[in-house]
Design a binder for this molecule. Structure first.
Ligand SMILES: O=C(O)CCC(=O)C(=O)O
Length: 296
C-alpha cells in the first residue's frame, strides 16, 4: 500500500500522513458510534473505565478527553484495525506479526478541549526494541484551530528526553528542555478518514481546541510482535496469571502470531517510575504529575 517514498519518509522523519485509510461506510459508522458513546457519557459524572471526562463536563454538555479502549466498545473499531488500508500500512511498517498495545479515542470538545503536553510514547512503555508506532485515524477534519497533533521530525532518532518532574514520572517533557525545539514542529492536519503515523520515540503534543468544532482522533498503539514490554510483562503475568496473560496476548495480536523470542536492541530506557498520583490516562498523569505546560 505505501510507496517506497512514503516508507523512506517515515523512517527519516518518524511520522507520515496517509490519505483515505477507511471506506466512506466505515468512516460513517465510526462517527455514528463515537457520537453515540459521547452522548451516553451525559449520564456519567466521574471518569471511569470507559470515559475520561474533561473539565466542564455536564449532563447538558458532555465534554470528554477520551473514550478508553474503543475497540472493546464496538466492533467497527476492531474491523478498521484488522480489515482496512490501516492493516496494510501496518504490514508495510512493522512486518507480518503485530500486537496491539492499546487503543484510545481522544476527543477535544469545541471551545478549549484539553491540550496534550509534548512527550515521547516510548517514555511510557519502553520495550526490548523500538519497532512500535501509533496510528491516529481522523474521524473529523482536523485543521490548525481544533487541536491537531504536532510532531518534531527526526526526534525518533535522538535522545529520549526526561519525562520526570518533582520526583515522579509526569508523562511530559519540560518545555524549557534545551533539546526541545518547538519552532521545528510540523502540524498534522487532514481530512476525516486520513491517518497520522508516528514512531514511538517521536516527540509530539497537541494544543487545546480553540475552534467551535470537535476534534476526534482514534489512536492505535502497536508493537512488532518481537518487541516485548520491559515494564509490564512479568508484572501482568503475576497479576493475571500465565493463562490469562497468554489469552490476552492472543486477543491483542492484530496480524500474524505472538513472538516468544524478544529482539533485544540497544535502546535508551528510563523506567516510568515512580508513578504520578493519578495514572488513569495521559491527561491525568500529566496534570497530577505536575507537568509544565508548553501551551499556556
Ligand atoms: O490526542 C492527541 O492529540 C495526542 C494523543 C497522545 O499523544 C497520547 O494520547 O499519547
Amino acid at each position: 500500500m505505501l510507496s517506497d517514498q512514503q516508507k523512506e519518509d517515515y523512517r527519516r522523519d518518524g511520522f507520515l500522513m496517509v490519505q483515505d485509510v477507511v471506506t466512506p461506510k466505515q468512516l460513517r459508522k465510526m462517527q455514528q458510534v463515537t457520537d453515540a458513546l459521547i452522548a451516553a457519557s451525559a449520564g456519567v459524572s466521574e471518569s471511569n473505565d470507559i470515559y475520561d471526562l474533561d473539565k466542564g463536563h455536564s449532563k447538558e454538555s458532555p465534554r470528554l478527553t477520551r473514550i478508553k479502549l474503543p475497540h472493546k466498545r464496538h466492533e467497527i473499531f476492531e474491523e478498521v484495525l484488522k480489515k482496512s488500508v490501516v492493516t496494510e500500512v501496518l504490514g508495510d511498517l512493522l512486518g507480518p506479526d503485530t500486537t496491539l498495545i492499546t487503543s484510545k479515542l481522544n476527543t477535544k470538545a469545541p471551545g478549549g478541549g484539553a491540550a496534550v503536553e509534548w512527550h515521547q510514547d516510548w517514555a511510557f512503555y519502553p520495550h526490548t526494541n523500538d519497532d512500535l508506532l501509533a496510528f491516529g485515524i481522523l474521524l473529523e477534519d482536523v485543521e490548525e484551530d481544533n487541536g491537531p497533533l504536532m510532531v518534531l521530525p527526526g526526534t525518533h532518532k535522538g535522545p529520549v528526553l526526561s519525562h520526570h518532574a518533582n520526583g515522579v514520572f509526569c508523562g511530559a517533557i519540560d518545555p524549557a528542555d534545551p533539546l526541545f525545539e518547538p519552532d521545528k514542529a510540523v502540524t498534522l492536519t487532514g481530512k476525516a478518514g486520513s491517518m497520522s503515523v508516528h514512531h514511538v520515540r517521536t516527540l509530539h503534543g497537541s494544543a487545546p481546541n480553540v475552534s467551535d468544532r470537535a476534534r476526534k482522533i482514534l489512536f492505535f498503539e502497536i508493537a512488532r510482535a518481537d518487541a516485548w514490554p520491559l515494564l509490564g510483562a512479568s508484572s501482568y503475568i503475576h497479576e493475571i496469571g500465565q493463562r490469562a496473560f497468554w489469552a490476552d496476548l492472543q486477543e491483542r495480536t492484530i496480524t500474524g502470531a505472538p513472538c516468544l523470542k524478544p529482539r533485544l536492541e540497544d535502546v535508551p530506557v528510563t523506567m516510568p517510575l515512580p508513578p504520578a498520583k493519578d495514572i488513569t490516562s495521559i491527561f491525568k498523569t500529566q496534570e497530577s504529575g505536575g507537568a509544565k505546560s508548553a501551551f499556556s
